[in-house]
Write a protein that binds this ligand. Sequence first.
Ligand SMILES: Cc1cc2nc3c(=O)[nH]c(=O)nc-3n(C[C@H](O)[C@H](O)[C@H](O)COP(=O)(O)OP(=O)(O)OC[C@H]3O[C@@H](n4cnc5c(N)ncnc54)[C@H](O)[C@@H]3O)c2cc1C
Length: 476
Amino acid sequence: MSEKYDVAIIGAGIGGLVCGCYLAKAGLKVIIVEQQNKPGGYCTSFERQGYRFDVGVHYLGSLREKGVLSEILRGLDLLDRIKLIRNDPTDRIITPDKTIFIRKDQNKTINELISHFPKEKENIKRLFNLIINEDFLSLYSKLRNRTFQDLLDIFLTDHKLKAILSTMLGNLGLSSSQSSGFVGAIIYKEFVLDGGYYPKGGIQNLPDLLAEKFREYGGVLLLSNRVTRIMTKQKKVMGVKLQDKGCIVSKFVVSNVDAHLTFNTLLDCECNERKVVNKLKISNSAFVVYLGLKKQLNIKPKHFTTWFFSTYDIEKCYNFQSDKKKQLIPSFDYLLCSFPSLIDKSLVPSGKGIMRIFVGARYASVKMWENSKNELYNKIITRASRMLPDLAESIELKVIGTPRSFYNYTSNRNGALFGWQALPSQTSKSIFPYQTSIKNLYLSGHWVTNGMGQSGISVVALSGREAAKIIVSAKG
Ligand SMILES: Cc1cc2nc3c(=O)[nH]c(=O)nc-3n(C[C@H](O)[C@H](O)[C@H](O)COP(=O)(O)OP(=O)(O)OC[C@H]3O[C@@H](n4cnc5c(N)ncnc54)[C@H](O)[C@@H]3O)c2cc1C
């Protein structure tokens, strides 16, 4: 194949798909190359023995009327085509002595926190007033140099309340003393207070719909093929080479894949970005257990995700640096458990259930993971059984995902879940912008620092739309 396109996009993660849709909608001739046999990257589902599991993403945020993701999907006429389920409550946080629910209605969530910490009533209101009512720019200018812990310390006094609010930074895989205050605030604004949206039938429906729309606009989605080279001439993009079927000639290339891969492996010339990628810190990975259950678990009220903590030392749970022994799983003091079949029965055979358990983990050799994963699985099931006594006897299928699995599936370095770490020093727009030093090579996806932090699908979708806008105006 040696066809000519305006734009070749590497990777059909959500960033690449959204970018492709907006470019094709604007009339450009676009091809997306994806190494897997389906689109979605971390936002995909897989089936085993009639159970449908979501690989990474557990639910979507930012889908309120004027939410970032709503606007992006509306711009593609997809908002009415995606069937979303949103349960109330969405999440449950269990600590050694409290159970707190995250509600659909943000005021109810705030009142729930106040009911547990009445002395902090005014402080809680002031904190959430800032998060909810200030716009992105204002939050950025106030919080960009602070950590999320700084933000909590400014407003709150109770250490348990601060710890409980830190639990949600598990969505970044960072502790509150590490995470950018701005990104932590965005996690609350766009994901905790406006989260819990689930595409009926599984998370795969989102990339499938985007792929369908992309094709409707005339785009070409080439699956099961890998880009092996980004071709340049005098530091200007010429197209991409494929593992199978030759090459694609294109005026622009968008890389929606791991930044190390883009600049250290795919790109065929020297560039400034090589030095930068080697200096920045990447996000952590995870160990994920996918369980097929003989019966639905008896969990009331029904909700999507339980954050289960056996300690208030959340710093120790999420901060890998505090684990001096460098264990594969630095902390078993928390588990993030999702119960999608409680909310959507179409994911399982009649009467059965699924559950997913997630805990932060380190990348290590294949051998280390092979030797340890069953033992670690047993430890996790024992821990989870404290909360769900009938869990072990209900399991009829288990699938284990390690950082190696995440790397193998997506080529994200070391199985990084969210691109760069959302440290205060790593969120500025200028660190890893859409535009690169190579003419007509652009970036999208969770390796772009668009200033919003790496807070999941809505931010990644935004990166795709913004990259497309820049290319459309560059094309003239
Ligand atoms: C366990 C887990 C839980 C998460 N939970 C949530 C959540 O609940 N909500 C949320 O909003 N976000 C969540 N996230 C984050 C979210 O999934 C990611 O930020 C987002 O999906 C990243 O999208 P992306 O477009 O940047 O790329 P990716 O999803 O990384 O996709 C990159 C794609 O490029 C392809 N590719 C790589 N190299 C090549 C090549 N050389 N040639 C062709 N194709 C290539 C890969 O196969 C892949 O399909 C979670 C992530 C994980 C892993």
